[in-house]
Structure formats: C-alpha cells, structure tokens
Design a protein around this ligand. Structure first.
Ligand SMILES: O=C(O)CCC(=O)C(=O)O
Ligand SMILES: [Fe+2]
Length: 222
C-alpha cells in the first residue's frame, strides 16, 4: 500500500484511543522521547527481575520458530523463536493487567503476551505492527478486534551486544535494558496507520535477547 492509501485510513475511535493513552501515560509521569513522527514511552525497571526470569523460563520451554502473518513468506524476515504465553497463568495475567492498567486499555483489547527469543545472528526486519488491510489475513483480524493500535514490549534481559529496537523512519533506537517497558502508538493522530512507527529488532551479536510483546487492538480481541 502507498503512504497515501494508509493516510486515508483514518478512524475517530483509534484517534481517541491514541490520545487518551498518551494523556494517561503523561499523567502517570511515564518518560517519553519524541521525534517528529513518533513518541516512544518507557518505564525503566517496570518488571521485577524475578518476573523477567519467570518469563524467560516460559519462553525457553515453549519457543518455536517465529512466524509472520504477511502474505510474503520470506523466511529470512524474522529469524527468532516465539511463543504465546499462557494469559491465564496467574503470574502472567498479573503482568498483563499491570500493563493494561498503566495504559488504561481494556484487558480484552490485548492480544496474548508473545515471548520472543533471539540467539546471536537473529533479528526481525523492519515492519509495521499494524495490519495491512490489503493482505489475506485482514478479514479474519477485522473480526477479532480490528486494527492494532498500541504496542507494549518488555525487555527481559540485556544481550551482550546488539538487539536494539530501531525505529529508523523516526530516527530513534532503543537499547535493551532488563525490565524496561517500551510503548508506542502505531496509529497517528487521525487514527490512520503511522508509517513512522516502523521498527526492527536488530541483529543480536552476542548473548541471547528475550522480550515479551503485547499488541493492543482497537476493539475486543477476545
Ligand atoms: O525485537 C524487537 O526489538 C522488536 C520486536 C517487535 O517488533 C515485535 O515484537 O513486534
Ligand atoms: Fe514489531
């Protein structure tokens, strides 16, 4: 899709969600970095070390090669391992609810936390977390909560080298820091997909990188 086509996909509801979450995070004193196209919000030491270790264990137990929703089946696009965490596990749910509460988003809008593991040499190429409505996956996603709005990500550890999350279009790069929560809105102020929110998980050069990602929908995902 062209930038013009994305820009036409405005939505008052998604604009409202974007604005409300921003106001709430600012009121909570959450730190942010702004570039012309994108604001990144972050909380250092959001997740206690014991919870980070707990999630790493779950990821080690359940991980499978990562998949893509996209129609382009490029197997070199995302080379990590992933798994869905069990959202009804008491400890996982408590983490989930802490994120929802901070952002003021309903639990039911959130997809299940996804764990990711990158060994040295592994990466996730530049992509958008929002859905492309010209792809074959869209009709199904539209019925299960619609467009993705906010992304919340927690770094569970710091690999020895590499593994930054890079927002190239916005000119922002985030270094993994154990327990840090990172949040951004994938929609712009009009509720249309924000191309400045494109990002990559850069290659890990030494050590293993563990994160969990949570994608929020505009409506109920479950
Ligand atoms: O590994 C990263 O830093 C980025 C992960 C990511 O983009 C995602 O989970 O959607
Ligand atoms: Fe992403």
């Amino acid at each position: 899709m062209t930038p013009e086509q994305f820009a036409l996909q405005t939505s008052p509801e998604r604009a409202r969600i974007g604005a409300e979450v921003g106001v709430r995070l600012a009121a909570a004193g959450v730190q942010s970095v702004r570039s012309p196209g994108l604001t990144l919000w972050y909380v250092e030491q959001f997740l206690p070390l014991a919870d980070c270790a707990y999630l790493v264990d779950q990821i080690e137990r359940d991980r499978q090669p990562s998949t893509l929703l996209s129609d382009s089946q490029d197997e070199n696009f995302r080379t990590s391992d992933s798994c869905n965490l069990n959202r009804w596990d008491k400890r996982v749910r408590a983490i989930d609810l802490r994120i929802c509460d901070l952002m003021g988003l309903p639990e039911r809008h959130g997809e299940t936390l996804q764990g990711q593991r990158y060994a040295p040499g592994q990466y996730f190429r530049t992509h958008h977390d929002f859905f492309h409505t010209d792809q074959s996956y869209w009709p199904e996603q539209e019925k299960t909560g619609g467009q993705r709005t906010w992304t919340a990500m927690i770094f569970l550890n710091q690999p020895e080298a590499g593994g930054e999350t890079a927002f190239e279009a916005a000119g922002l790069t985030v270094n993994p820091r154990t327990g840090m929560l990172l949040m951004w809105n994938n929609m712009d102020a009009t509720g249309a997909p924000n191309l400045y929110a494109a990002h990559a998980g850069q290659t890990v050069h030494a050590g293993v990188k563990y994160i969990v990602t949570k994608w929020f929908r505009e409506g109920n995902w479950f």
